[in-house]
Design a protein around this ligand. Structure first.
Ligand code: SF4
Length: 256
């Protein structure tokens, strides 16, 4: 599945891998798992076997499909886009061959007119794969990690060690307070509440705590959504306005 996206901080999604495994409480109501189940039932070949039903709800089976034919998709998009890489998976989960990550990196290097946003809950694996394979630090590739509560702040420490021109944190779904956080080496923070069935509510003081620290540590702040069972009704206004900051980075975006 690839194409234009409704996600507020990106333009398009690109999924050369489908399927994942849960790693922490932020995964409990994983949107990708629900969507993958739907695509699987519609017969989409990339999603064959990646989910099963358990207690009436979809869960990952642990199978991941490498969709080699999807690799070249961004090269066909001539207009520059921000591209969320593997919105339906986690590029750095166990079992993804380093060789396949290298192929994804090659495409991101070739498609230099796009910005690629790579987000993982496994920044330790990201660090290993990037360093062991000597993957180049590309100006158009932003590397990020998800942190759903203070318990998982150590992911930021790992992310900081990964060579990147832009590093970002997705505090979504924000299901607990983050507390004091060191944002050095981080350029961008996204905050969002969980949405969809079973959404766990986000408290305003958790947002404010992150926003304040972004300001003092000069990190771009993006407020994605309040979330809730129906996120359209709660919207994305915080303190009377939207917060749509992006990292201060410009790249050459002219397609050849
Ligand atoms: S790591 Fe991401 S895609 Fe994988 S189960 Fe967790 S939330 Fe879903």
């Amino acid at each position: 599945m690839a194409g234009l996206s409704d996600i507020e901080w990106t333009d398009a999604t690109w999924n050369p891998i489908s399927g994942c495994t849960m790693i922490s409480p932020g995964c409990t109501n994983c949107y990708a798992m629900r969507m993958a189940s739907r695509l699987q039932s519609m017969g989409h070949p990339a999603y064959t076997g990646v989910t099963r039903k358990s207690g009436g709800r979809p869960v990952w089976t642990g199978l991941t499909n490498l969709n080699g034919e999807a690799l070249s998709t961004p090269l066909r998009w001539r207009a520059p886009r921000k591209v969320f890489v593997n919105s339906m998976s986690d590029l750095f989960q166990d079992g993804i061959p380093d060789e396949f990550v290298r192929r994804i990196w090659d495409v991101m290097q070739q498609a230099h007119w796009h910005i690629f946003q790579v987000l993982t809950k496994r920044p330790d694996n990201m660090l290993r794969v990037v360093t062991e394979n000597r993957l180049p630090t590309l100006p158009n590739v932003w590397l990020g990690t998800s942190v759903e509560s203070g318990k998982y702040k150590s992911r930021i420490t790992s992310l900081r060690r990964v060579p990147a021109q832009v590093r970002f944190i997705s505090f979504e779904p924000l299901i607990g307070a983050i507390g004091k956080v060191n944002l050095s080496g981080v350029h961008w923070a996204i905050v969002g509440g969980e949405s969809g069935p079973g959404a766990r509510p986000m408290q305003q003081r958790w947002i404010e705590e992150i926003k304040t620290q972004c300001k003092t540590q000069k990190v771009a702040f993006f407020f994605k959504q309040w979330g809730g069972v129906n996120k359209k009704t709660t919207g994305r206004i915080y303190r009377g306005r939207t917060w749509d900051e992006f990292p201060k980075q410009t790249i050459s975006i002219a397609a050849e």
